[in-house]
Design a binder for this molecule. Structure first.
Ligand code: FAD
Length: 476
């Protein structure tokens, strides 16, 4: 009998672990482990936990149609999976377990430990590199190393994509059953978690709804993506990140659909399809970085010299950033969107991250962790990569002296203040043209607002940030 261990690959289409288990011709069981204590230490957002749980309910039905029972078990930590899996293998006489590899260090350690333990009992853990279109370590520079910057990585990645078959796998055919799997199929378990959950119902979770979202985006919106993607008031991006993060859709499925609509996207250097393709490649790039540089998963900055920066440890200021009460409307509106919905537009993620680090001088890791506790699409590699990029401590770092001006960003990317208006109801009385800097308008008109004054002077904060980086660089 074969066992498929689902982790962040919660789908039946384009799932190599499932396909390989089914190819054996033997009966198959599937399992998913909730690990609440581990999840807490990874700061899994309750809204993402809910999305995973809802997805498991659908997955259970989809697998049932393939005659595969899905068991959902709860153990505290990754370590506890060892014992549970060993027991399961013994109970059901399982000789092979199939799974998709994760690249963060705790997950790599989990799998190595389990593979070692299972080998003593004669069970083999088959791990497949399928989280990315191309496995980490296979898109390398001339010296065989992982690229440290994005642009050459993208070039090499596209050269491979042009040359290789990247068609997604179909869902497998139903498998043979035996007395045991038939009996498990009759008494399928209730999918519930001990981990706290927050309602994710605004995100449809059926396969058909997710695929429809992908199709609609590639058919109707990708063409304008390059010109519209930076405006948070416009629903111009795919909003597929929550599904990619839990593996409800695969990057291969995304690329294949893009190619159906835009056959030439590999050949072009610009245009909506090419820019969207770049985003999928950014996703892969950060996965490759996490796989190659294990210290990244342990809280280290990619650029060592930035580790000597003395960050501001002002918890009250951090609290104001978290709550969206900094007095910078674009920052506050963005943080309230995150707190309220569990999602934030990419441009805003860059603005609030830059603000935390370069205006408030707070450690980027505080922001990175806070994002994970809230994001429905929380993904360690993408989140860490985004934070390190924004803080100028990571790969392909934007030079540290280039600092986002939150007011200029606001005027450029929310020009008619539609986004700010949606989230800052207390500024209703402020006219559109003054909404980027309401305190200036209020002072001029002698009005008292129930909205905070800016917590910092951006010009001075920017100078201080540059000094902090310069000082750290001088110790290099
Ligand atoms: P689209 O614009 O439609 O892009 C398609 C897909 O490409 C996304 O769904 C995502 O999987 C991938 N992608 C897009 N941009 C990036 C990027 N810069 N880096 C890596 N992958 C990308 N993305 C996450 O999926 N999870 C996170 O936890 C996360 N945290 C971030 C934190 C910061 C500080 C920053 C600056 C970015 C972060 N991103 C994260 C990247 C990006 O903001 C989101 O992927 C994007 O906003 C999701 O919206 P979408 O699905 O509409 O993206």
């Amino acid at each position: 009998m074969k066992l498929v261990w689902f982790r962040r690959d919660l789908r039946i289409k384009d799932n190599i672990a499932l396909t390989e288990a089914c190819r054996s011709g033997e009966p198959v069981i599937a399992i998913y482990y909730e690990t609440p204590i581990q999840w807490r230490s990874h700061r899994l957002a309750p809204i993402q936990a809910d999305l995973i749980r809802r997805r498991l309910v659908v997955l259970q039905q989809e697998l049932e149609a393939l005659k595969i029972p899905l068991l959902v078990r709860s153990v505290d930590t990754y370590k506890d999976i060892n014992y549970s899996l060993a027991q399961l293998c013994q109970q059901y006489q399982i000789a092979d377990i199939y799974c998709t590899r994760d690249y963060e260090s705790d997950e790599v350690d989990r799998d190595n430990s389990i593979a070692g333990m299972l080998s003593l009992t004669g069970t083999q853990l088959h791990r497949f590199d399928y989280k990315c279109i191309f496995a980490p370590g296979t898109v390398t520079n001339g010296a065989g190393n992982t690229y440290r910057v994005f642009t050459p990585f993208k070039k090499a990645w596209i050269a491979r994509a042009r040359a290789e078959n990247i068609a997604p796998l179909s869902a497998p055919e139903p498998v043979q059953t035996n007395a045991l799997t038939s009996s498990l199929l009759r008494q399928l378990c209730n999918v519930s978690f001990r981990y706290p959950q927050r309602d994710s119902v605004g995100w449809p979770i059926d396969d058909s709804a997710i695929i429809q979202r992908l199709r609609d985006f590639c058919r109707y919106r990708v063409d304008q993506y390059d010109t519209t993607r930076d405006f948070p008031a416009v629903p111009a991006t795919s909003q597929l990140s929550p599904y990619l993060a839990i593996g409800a859709v695969s990057p291969r499925q995304c690329l294949a659909r893009l190619l159906v609509e835009e056959q030439n996207c590999f050949e072009k250097d610009s245009g909506g399809a090419n820019v969207w393709l770049s985003e999928l490649v950014w996703r892969e790039f950060y996965q490759h970085i996490v796989a190659a540089y294990t210290d990244i998963s342990k809280g280290k900055a990619f650029l060592d010299w930035t580790e000597t920066i003395e960050w501001n440890r002002d918890e009250l200021l951090f609290e104001r950033w978290k709550q969206g009460r900094t007095g910078f409307p674009i920052v506050d509106a963005a943080m309230r969107q995150l707190n309220d919905t569990g999602w934030m537009h990419n441009r805003l993620r860059m603005i609030v991250a830059s603000f935390l680090v370069k205006d408030l001088h707070i450690d980027w890791r505080w922001g990175e962790q806070y994002f994970m506790t809230k994001l429905i699409d929380g993904d360690f590699a993408a989140n860490n990569g985004g934070w390190q990029w924004s803080a100028s401590v990571g790969t392909d770092a934007q030079p540290y002296f280039r600092v986002f001006n939150p007011t200029a960003q606001s005027k450029k990317f929310d020009p008619n203040v539609r986004f700010i208006r949606r989230w800052l109801k207390e500024l209703e009385s402020v006219p559109d043209k003054s909404l980027h800097e309401p305190h200036v308008w209020a002072e001029k008109n002698g009005i008292e607002l129930s909205y905070p004054k800016p917590v910092v002077d951006h010009k001075l904060a920017r100078e201080r940030a540059i000094q902090m980086f310069e000082m750290a660089k001088s110790y290099q």
